[in-house]
Design a protein. Structure first.
Length: 366
């Protein structure tokens, strides 16, 4: 009983923080004027719905716990960035680029696309997607529209300088590229270290493009332990264990991404700020937080690891780490979002958390 009570005490500060943050969201205004989201299926909110691809989730049981049902989010409820959006005080979720008609683009746009990667070809065996390169092209379209609304590029840049830019991408460059030699040649021509270095270099060039069109407050999310997904364990794990080579890829990627954050912070100094979210620190989810199932999916899955349509999922989904064989549940996304927004564990965010990032008064303009 004493052990059980201690577990409940660990959860209590988390719940109090959620209640406090959500109350501020209802009664206050957003902490930043707009939020722009770049990434893959961990952040996609519907951009893949009308694409010719297997990587889409606009059907039940996806969205079973989302207010409007299935939307194209690859989970049962909200994504991590959805919850961060709420913590930032936004009244509504940020709309996907594919559905911005009639939306207030001055609040931001979600460009994330399921199966997308830093490399253009990553995930292409699943069908169409919008890689980071083309997400940035879509963002330039939006910047032009914002400039037209505000009366010129200079005024648009001044406005965009105050916004938050969230980039969570890279997993598909391994899961749906490097570790699929039957579809992609990268693992035959590059070592894991060399491949990761090329990814980080490509990402750095893409982030400079984002900076050139007004981004000043950047959140770069590291990769989770991709070797511990139900898919990895069931197909490559030994005796139900995580796949160490895939986890090693995450650690190498995260180390280089953190170094990139240091480089950019040094280069741009007071003009811009980059922070790193350590997703491996956020994956130690166990019974102390109520998660009792970490190696199986909550929904019945298809051969490709996504939820099979119209099947009844588990009822105790708040106890599951994974919704399907790749993507976390709303309950896990809540823990991740709170850790990213207001980190009590300094190993989770670097050098500051999102709450402190948005409060910084950075130099304006180019």
């Amino acid at each position: 009983m004493a052990c059980e009570n201690s577990k409940k005490l660990l959860v209590l500060p988390l719940l109090l923080l959620v209640a406090s943050c959500m109350q501020q969201c209802v009664h206050g205004k957003p902490q930043v004027p707009c939020l722009f989201i770049f990434g893959d299926s961990l952040s996609d909110s519907g951009n893949n719905n009308n694409l010719q691809t297997a990587a889409k989730s606009n059907y039940k049981p996806y969205g079973i716990d989302f207010p409007t049902g299935p939307t194209g989010r690859f989970t049962n409820g909200r994504t991590s960035i959805d919850i961060i959006t709420q913590l930032l005080g936004f009244k509504n979720f940020i709309p996907p680029f594919a559905n911005i008609s009639g939306s207030n683009i001055l609040k931001g746009v979600n460009y994330a696309s399921g199966s997308a990667g830093i490399r253009v070809e990553s995930g292409s065996h699943l069908g169409a997607h919008i890689s980071l390169k083309f997400q940035l092209k879509n963002h330039k379209v939006i910047v032009s529209k914002i400039a037209a609304k505000l009366g010129g590029r200079d005024k648009a840049i001044q406005y965009l300088n105050k916004c938050l830019y969230y980039v969570n991408i890279g997993s598909n460059d391994y899961i749906n590229n490097y570790f699929l030699p039957q579809f992609y040649p990268t693992s035959r021509s590059l070592s894991l270290e060399g491949y990761t270095q090329s990814l980080i270099h490509k990402l750095s060039l893409q982030l400079k493009v984002l900076h050139d069109v007004g981004a000043r407050k950047h959140v770069l999310v590291g990769m989770g332990l991709i070797g511990c997904t139900p898919r990895a364990i069931s197909t490559k794990g030994k005796n139900g264990s995580c796949v160490q080579e895939e986890n090693l890829a995450a650690f190498i990627f995260n180390g280089k991404l953190k170094s990139l954050v240091d480089q950019f912070n040094s280069k741009f100094s007071a003009n811009s700020k980059f922070i790193f979210i350590n997703s491996t620190a956020g994956t130690t989810l166990g019974p102390s937080l109520g998660f009792t199932v970490s190696s199986a999916s909550c929904c019945t899955t298809r051969a490709d690891g996504q939820c099979a349509p119209n099947q009844t999922p588990c009822q105790n989904r708040n106890q599951y780490v994974f919704w399907d064989q790749f993507h976390p549940t709303d309950a896990v996304n809540l823990v991740t979002a709170i850790g990213s927004y207001n980190a009590s564990n300094q190993a989770f965010t670097y050098p500051v958390d999102i709450k402190h990032l948005v409060g910084l008064n950075l130099g304006q303009g180019q």
